[in-house]
Design a protein. Structure first.
Length: 261
């Protein structure tokens, strides 16, 4: 029942302003029971046996779970980040979230040489037993996840939605070897505004960020802004240095930095 009630909170927290109020209440040490009672009452929540049964069937079929900010294992990097999700769905190995991790992001449409760099980074992380974080999108994200076994995919849709559908095989690979995370209600479509919001979680969960290739006004640069605000180290390819005026270290220095973890 607790998981079902928190699914209702996630539906209510879909509104960013409401989520901020929820976080403030948590920071004011409101107990979980009082918190649930307050926000379920604000939704005029009434128990629906059919809805509960459907939820439990989906939970059993998909194997998802919910992590809440009241859980002791809620990651500290996320809890003290920018507008942290009050709760989120996950599938797969959530223990990866506790390890040192590197986010790799870039454009959905990139030259082949940058797609190759993304996959090679993933393969390199495997050898170093590092956890990778990305958005499971086409292009850079997808190639990175394809190379990196221990990766965390942050979704811009519901945990039960495969997007983009061409990444179906990759979706199941990450599910088997890594972890999928979504702060959105079940069945949520991949709406355009979900992805900039999703990027703050990518920035929060990583210890450093690698930007391989990004266009101006790219979502990757939104992730960069969040990462800079959180004090994460940034690594960038030489073309990004030359083409865009953004801060960061050369990607050539990444291995040296990783050895300092």
């Amino acid at each position: 029942m607790r998981t079902y009630l928190w699914s209702k909170i996630i539906e209510y927290a879909y509104n960013p302003k409401t989520m901020k109020y929820m976080y403030l209440d948590y920071m004011h040490n409101i107990s979980e029971d009082v918190f649930l009672d307050k926000y379920l009452s604000l939704q005029n929540y009434r128990f629906d046996n059919n809805a509960f049964t459907n939820f439990k069937m989906n939970e059993s079929r998909l194997g998802f779970k919910i992590m809440t900010i009241y859980d002791g294992k809620y990651p500290a990097k996320l809890k003290w980040s920018i507008n942290p999700p009050i709760a989120f769905y996950y599938r797969g190995d959530i223990k990866l979230i506790e390890k040192k991790s590197i986010a790799v992001v870039g454009s959905r449409t990139s030259p082949d040489r940058y797609l190759k760099i993304a996959k090679n980074l993933g393969l390199g992380f495997n050898k170093l037993q590092l956890t990778g974080v990305s958005g499971l999108a086409k292009g850079i994200d997808g190639n990175f996840h394809d190379g990196c076994n221990n990766s965390i995919g942050i979704l811009g849709c519901g945990i039960d939605v495969i997007y983009p559908y061409c990444n179906k095989t990759l979706f199941h690979k990450v599910l088997q070897d890594g972890c999928l995370i979504s702060e959105y209600p079940l069945g949520s479509k991949p709406l355009p505004w979900h992805f900039p919001r999703r990027n703050r979680i990518i920035a929060a969960l990583c210890d450093l960020l690698v930007i391989i290739y990004a266009k101006e006004k790219s979502g990757s640069l939104i992730t960069l802004d969040y990462a800079l605000d959180l004090g994460r180290d940034i690594f960038i390819t030489s073309e990004m240095f030359n083409r865009l005026d953004i801060p960061g270290y050369s990607i050539r220095d990444l291995k040296k930095h990783i050895n300092m973890f």
